[in-house]
Design a protein around this ligand. Structure first.
Ligand code: SAH
Length: 256
């Protein structure tokens, strides 16, 4: 996880600038035709007109200042200068049982803001939603990336059953298991005791919690550390933010 100190300074970007994720390759002078939804957003929602400048990124080629141009129907952008070089996303996987719409939207956005590098839906016995809308999650991840200034958009991958996740678990990746049934002990002690510098993952369960056999299977994995998030039962979306804050502060990119 540890980047050299010089690269770890605060993200330097213009908070007031609008940032737009686009898919095509970016280079100086690249002209990007915007799709109708993007054009509508820039013209009618943000009320930008020809000549206005925004920041664009595609998750691969860094961030670019770009100028809007184009007629009344089709908007286009021309990339001018690179404002930031591409950075790698954090090696922190967020594993979660999918929730229903509004909470899932929130959880995906917050996990991205908190620095998750990959979002892995996990199907458990008590998962409420079997059908998971990956495209909607990707759209939420992109929106959060646009808003919080990161350049690497976290991947959202296809859901996997919990037993498949555990069967294929790479032993070097620490799996921080948020267990509402764990004795309420200090989570910081558990995290400080964990080996540093290893790839990380966090697992938060469904609203119905884990079933006892699932808990046994998770705890049998030697890569797992079990943490409690205090004496109250948190909603899964709250647990997401709480554990990611603890992990980032102790093991992740909040450390100076
Ligand atoms: N229905 C369950 C609670 C599930 S809460 C029950 O009543 O027991 C959803 C998920 O959030 C849990 O599976 C767990 O991963 C996490 N979580 C919520 N509160 C927690 C706590 N106090 N400690 C650790 N994890 C917690």
């Amino acid at each position: 996880m540890g980047k050299p100190p010089a690269e770890r300074s605060m993200v330097r970007y213009d908070f007031a600038a609008r940032r737009l994720y686009i898919e095509v390759p970016l280079d100086g002078g690249t002209r990007v035709e915007l799709n109708p939804a993007q054009g509508h957003y820039l013209r009618n929602v943000l009320r930008l007109s020809d000549g206005a400048e925004i920041l664009v990124f595609n998750g691969r080629d860094g961030e670019w200042r770009a100028r809007l141009s184009g007629g009344s129907r089709n908007f286009a952008l021309v990339a001018l200068t690179q404002t930031r070089r591409q950075e790698q996303g954090a090696d922190l996987h967020y594993l979660f049982a999918p929730l229903k719409h509004a909470r899932l939207d929130y959880m995906v956005q917050k996990a991205v803001e908190m620095g998750a590098g990959l979002l892995q839906p996990v199907l458990t016995r008590r998962t409420q939603t079997e059908r998971v809308n990956i495209e909607r999650m990707r759209a939420n991840a992109i929106e959060a990336a646009e808003q919080c200034g990161i350049l690497a958009v976290p991947g959202v991958v296809e859901p996997l059953k919990l037993e498949c996740v555990l069967a294929a678990w790479p032993q070097e990746r620490l799996l921080i298991f948020c267990d509402e049934d764990a004795d309420c002990a200090d989570p910081l002690t558990a995290l400080y005791a964990a080996k540093r510098g290893t790839p990380l993952a966090v697992l938060v369960g469904p609203e119905g919690g884990f079933d006892p056999s699932e808990r046994t299977a998770i705890l049998a994995d030697p890569s797992v550390i079990r943490v409690s998030l205090g004496p109250r039962i948190l909603r899964a979306d709250t647990a997401a933010v709480a554990i990611l804050a603890l992990v980032q502060a102790v093991l992740g990119d909040w450390r100076s």
